[in-house]
Each structure stands twice: as structure tokens, then as C-alpha cells.
Design a protein around this ligand. Structure first.
Ligand SMILES: NC(=O)c1ccc[n+]([C@@H]2O[C@H](COP(=O)([O-])OP(=O)(O)OC[C@H]3O[C@@H](n4cnc5c(N)ncnc54)[C@H](O)[C@@H]3O)[C@@H](O)[C@H]2O)c1
Length: 248
């Protein structure tokens, strides 16, 4: 059987790195995308042989479409894309309220978190349609569904936008054997989570029914399933992975 090929954006650290490791463990060739070359190289070295790196900024449509073209050129296919790259700007560990937010910061979060996902779907879907197979997973957030005091309004808006994008793409692409799903992580132990500071995270912990933060592997395992043949009848779904925090 030919090896499936995946692109995971923002895979240089955190959740994306966990997803890349999980997919590679399933025998999938993983293209580790990140804007940070050092992080991408480090991840590729750690995971090993069946990975390659591609440094590009997901907010740049030209760069993303070139990445997909290069991947198809090199490996002959693109089967799985995971829109994981995301930013959550804070000031001294605190979110900036909407009524004080710089409009450029709002725009930047839109460009990376939401436009970035459109760029990759727009670029990869035509190849997936040709081969009548594809798996697209968008990493949203619990912040799309409920007010989370540590997350900025721009971040919440993009994560809600990703859910709308997931459903629109799922409907359009279902006839071609392509599934599109979203995951809504709660509090997952990464550098992004650490930026909110211990105090805020401890307060949230008291609201999580399981009494634990999540780990990148918790997200990776769901991606592995959604990317597999076993999940071929699941599309347009949004799965919370939050240890029983929001339950909405
Ligand atoms: N950690 C959490 O608790 C949590 C909860 C819900 C959702 N999420 C989402 O999961 C995803 C990963 O989060 P994380 O906690 O691992 O974050 P992180 O900040 O630890 O890692 C994000 C990675 O994305 C890369 N990146 C940033 N901008 C990029 C761009 N323009 N192009 C390409 N790569 C870029 C960074 O270099 C970094 O390696 C994000 O979309 C985030 O919103 C995280």
C-alpha cells in the first residue's frame, strides 16, 4: 500500500507536534509545517525518518499553495491536512479586551487562525477531489463555544469561524470522499497554555470535571482516528476534548 501523506501546520511544538508524532506512528508521511524553521527541524529530528519539514506562514496564501504544490510534486499525493497553526496574543499573560484591542492585532489573528485554514483547504481540496479521498481536521477551541476568560475576542471569533468553515467544507466536499471535522480542545499543556500563567490556569482547573489538563497526545489520538479509514462516515462534526470542562 502506498504511504499516505499529511501536512500538519504549526507542528514545530505543542499540539501540532503531538499530532505529527501520532500520524507518523500510523505509518503516514508527515510534512511538518511551521513558521519557525528551528522548531520544525527539531520536531522532524525527534519524530524521525517519515517526516519532512516545510517552513511557511499559513497566513500567506501564495506560500501555502506553493507548499501543497511542492508536496504533491514530491510525494505524488496529499491525503490529510490538519489546520493546527494558531496564535493567541496576550499582554503580560493577560488577554486584551475587545474595547482596548488594536485593530491590527485583530487582523493578524484572523489571518493566521482563520484565513490560514481557508488557504490550506483551498489549496489541497482540488487534489483530494481528483483522488476522491481526503481528510481535513481543523483545530478549533472550546473558546468558540463558551466565554473563556483567558482567551481574547479575536481568538474566540476565529475559533467559531473555523467551526462554520468546517461545516461548509464538509458539505461541499462530502460527495468526493473527503471528510472535514473540527476538534475543540480545552486546556492542553503547551507553551500557549503556559502564557496565561499559573494562577489563571489553576482557576480553570477547578472547573474541569476530570481534574486534569489535557496533553497534546489527547488531541493527536482524535486526529489519528478522524484521519483513518475508520472515520469515513464522520464529517462536519465538532468534538470537544476538554476533560469535561464545558460540555456544550
Ligand atoms: N493549548 C491549548 O490549551 C489549546 C486549546 C484550544 C485550542 N488550541 C489550539 O491548538 C493549536 C495549537 O496550539 P498550541 O497550544 O500547540 O500552540 P503553540 O503556540 O504552543 O504552538 C503553535 C505553533 O504554531 C506555529 N505558528 C504560529 N503562527 C504560524 C503561522 N503563521 N504559520 C505557521 N505556523 C505558525 C508556532 O511557531 C508554533 O510552533 C492552535 O490553533 C490553538 O489555538 C490550543
Amino acid at each position: 500500500m502506498t504511504r499516505r501523506v499529511a501536512i500538519v501546520t504549526g507542528a514545530g511544538r505543542g499540539i501540532g507536534k503531538g499530532i505529527a508524532r501520532g500520524l507518523a506512528s500510523q505509518g503516514i508521511h508527515v510534512v511538518i509545517n511551521d513558521i519557525d524553521e528551528k522548531l520544525a527541524d527539531q520536531t522532524s529530528r525527534e519524530i524521525g525518518e517519515w517526516t519532512s519539514t516545510y517552513v511557511s506562514d499559513v497566513s500567506d496564501y501564495g506560500a501555502v499553495s506553493q507548499m501543497v504544490a511542492d508536496v504533491v510534486d514530491r510525494f505524488g499525493t496529499i491525503d490529510i491536512v490538519v489546520n493546527n497553526a494558531g496564535i493567541s496574543p496576550k499582554k503580560e499573560g493577560k488577554k486584551i479586551p475587545l474595547h482596548e484591542m488594536d485593530a491590527r492585532e485583530w487582523q493578524q489573528v484572523m489571518e493566521v487562525n482563520l484565513n490560514g485554514a481557508f488557504h490550506l483547504i483551498r489549496s489541497a481540496a482540488p487534489f483530494m477531489i481528483q483522488q476522491q479521498f481526503g481528510r481535513i481536521v481543523n483545530i478549533s477551541s472550546i473558546a468558540a463555544k463558551s466565554y473563556i476568560s483567558v482567551s481574547g475576542g479575536h481568538y474566540a471569533a476565529t475559533k467559531a469561524g473555523l467551526i462554520g468553515l468546517t461545516k461548509a467544507a464538509a458539505g461541499e466536499l462530502a460527495p468526493y470522499g473527503i471528510t472535514v471535522n473540527a476538534l475543540a480542545p480545552g486546556r492542553i499543556e503547551t507553551e500557549m497554555m503556559a502564557e496565561a500563567g499559573m494562577g489563571a490556569n489553576q482557576q480553570i482547573l477547578s472547573q474541569i470535571a476530570s481534574g486534569k489538563f489535557g496533553k497534546p497526545e489527547d488531541i493527536a489520538q482524535a486526529v489519528e482516528f478522524l484521519a483513518s479509514e475508520k472515520a469515513s462516515y464522520i464529517t462536519g462534526a465538532v468534538l470537544n476534548i476538554d476533560g469535561g470542562w464545558v460540555m456544550a
